[in-house]
Design a protein around this ligand. Structure first.
Ligand code: GLC
Length: 514
């Protein structure tokens, strides 16, 4: 098992999309100093760490996931010094900061790619995946063709303007496919370490890694990519043993074997995560079915136990806002779940006040349908909800036009708000170790159609029972153990009997057990 920074044991993360969080210089787009200014808010919420989406130099064809200089903060966000200052301020408040590392591809404007396009051999010829003839495309990947003097097609990783970096092929089967231990693949891997070194030595606490599971091509069950990350893990262990790593991978048994400390449940792939939050009948909207999620989670948990954390996000910059699918008090029940599960929870900025998905927006910077989940943070009732003093038509993304849009200021003043409920839930988690990252989970009721979710969390002999019932009928749950104290109740709660809990409709309870 990789050595885990101790602070992950009770970490609660807050994801920040830097464009849309807080603009302190009035140009309509958020910046690093804006994030620094709002760190006390994040601390007050109870979060212990932040993940900032890419904030590096980029032509912004994919909102910064198309990097053109990994070691330079994009001027629109500020300077490297501003980011280092953010690290210091965060640390002063006891918060940790993860940057977003995009290892799979660069922008086609990256100087490496410009060199790689040249016909004459140079240091960057093998930095990307090229076929050896323009007439051959890299099967299974999109490609860039006819754009260079170099004869060949270059594989792309995501959008067309994101050429794929070369970490080698697990089993090369064409002459142009390089092996993982070819000089070109190794040079790419070492360049990645240099980028990590650059930011870790300046005070960053680790990375969220973009598309971490797809670096080695023609891979077999992730074996090549796992080996690549194990190599990087050895480097971290030697030079930056305190660095925290979370992967966008979605198969914890693979990513944790690669040396990541945490892996996300993803909104695509096999997790059934969105059976709970975003589908035709989401479980937390009261009429869905969580059983396939529970089955997959239990399987992943069993296969990865002890090796690291499975992290469940409230949302992120790639999926619909939670509030598009889960309404009213059901959002509180969703957070009762998110904040009582193992692993480190991730709260997407604005989800804590139930920000809406803004409908009907034109795509901004490659956002397409994701743009509506990336609108500016709503702080208060001042101009542009306190996000920016720029004229409304100069904002990065328009504000939610809803006159009743939620704001931090209004919710702080309302005892019954989502924000205050989340603060309560986080402080309960911080006060009860079984609810934190490492407490063991055992499901008692799997949320099959019409049924609640119920589980126990336990650590060092302490046991907490959790029941959440977004459904319309009360439900009976049998338990082994004796109820001691109700430490959290939402809605009308539950009737507790000997070895039996009747959880009311639209309610949640956390109860200590002996
Ligand atoms: C990840 C990011 C997403 C980006 C893509 C390509 O999935 O979260 O926003 O577009 O990778 O880098």
């Amino acid at each position: 098992m990789s050595k885990r920074p101790e602070w992950l044991d009770n970490a609660v993360f807050y994801e920040i999309y830097p464009q849309s969080f807080k603009d302190t210089d009035g140009d309509g787009i958020g910046n690093i100093n804006g994030i620094t200014e709002k760190l006390p808010y994040i601390k007050e919420l109870g979060c212990t760490a932040i993940w900032i989406n890419p904030c590096f130099e980029s032509p912004f064809g994919d909102a910064g996931y198309d990097v053109s200089d990994y070691c330079k903060v994009a001027p629109r966000y500020g300077t490297n010094d501003d980011l280092v200052n953010l690290f210091h301020e965060a640390h002063r408040l006891g918060l940790h900061v993860l940057l977003d590392l995009v290892p799979g591809h660069t922008s086609w404007e990256h100087p490496w790619f410009k060199e790689s396009m040249k016909a004459e051999r140079n240091e960057f010829t093998d930095r990307y995946i090229w076929t050896d003839s323009i007439w051959e495309e890299p099967a299974g990947y999109g490609s860039l063709r006819g754009i260079s003097d170099r004869d060949g097609s270059c594989a792309v990783n995501f959008f067309t303007h994101q050429p794929a970096l070369n970490y080698g092929f697990y089993k090369p089967d064409r002459p142009w496919q390089q092996s993982m231990d070819s000089a070109g693949a190794i040079a790419t891997r070492e360049a990645l370490k240099d980028i990590m070194r650059f930011w870790l030595s300046r005070g960053c606490d680790g990375f969220r890694v973009d598309m971490a599971g797809s670096l080695v091509k023609n891979d077999e069950n992730g074996r090549g990519t796992i080996a690549l990350w194990q190599n990087i893990r050895a480097f971290l262990e030697k030079e930056f043993p305190e660095a925290a790593m979370v992967s966008e991978w979605g198969e914890p048994y693979q990513s944790l074997a690669g040396g990541f400390h945490m892996d996300f449940l993803l909104h695509f792939g096999t997790s059934h995560y969105n059976d709970l939050f975003r589908c035709e009948k989401p479980f937390f909207e009261g009429n869905g079915d969580a059983s396939e999620f529970v089955a997959k989670y239990t399987d992943s948990y069993g296969r990865s136990k002890g090796k690291g954390l499975i992290c469940i996000p409230s949302g992120n910059h790639d999926m619909d806002r939670l509030a598009r699918h889960i309404h009213g008090d059901n959002q509180k029940l969703a957070f009762a779940f998110l904040l009582s599960m193992p692993g480190a929870p991730y709260i997407y900025y604005g989800d804590e006040i139930g920000m809406n998905y803004v409908e009907g927006l034109t795509s901004v910077e490659g956002g397409y349908g994701r743009t509506g989940s990336r609108s500016p943070m709503q702080w208060d009732d001042s101009v542009n909800a306190g996000f920016s003093t720029a004229p409304a038509d100069q904002l990065y993304i328009p504000m939610d036009p809803d006159p009743n849009r939620p704001t931090v200021q209004a919710q702080l003043g309302d005892k019954a708000s989502l924000l205050n409920e989340i603060k309560k839930l986080i402080s309960l988690r911080q006060a009860n170790k079984p609810l934190q990252s490492l407490g063991k989970i055992e499901f008692i009721c799997n949320g099959a159609a019409g049924k609640p979710l119920a589980y126990t969390r336990s650590l060092n002999g302490e046991l907490i029972f959790v029941a959440i019932n977004p459904g319309g009928d009360s439900a009976e749950i049998s338990i082994n153990g004796t109820f001691k104290e109700v430490i959290y109740r939402f809605g009308t709660g539950a009737d507790l009997h000997d070895k039996k809990c009747i959880i009311h409709a639209g309610s949640a309870v956390f109860v200590t057990l002996s």
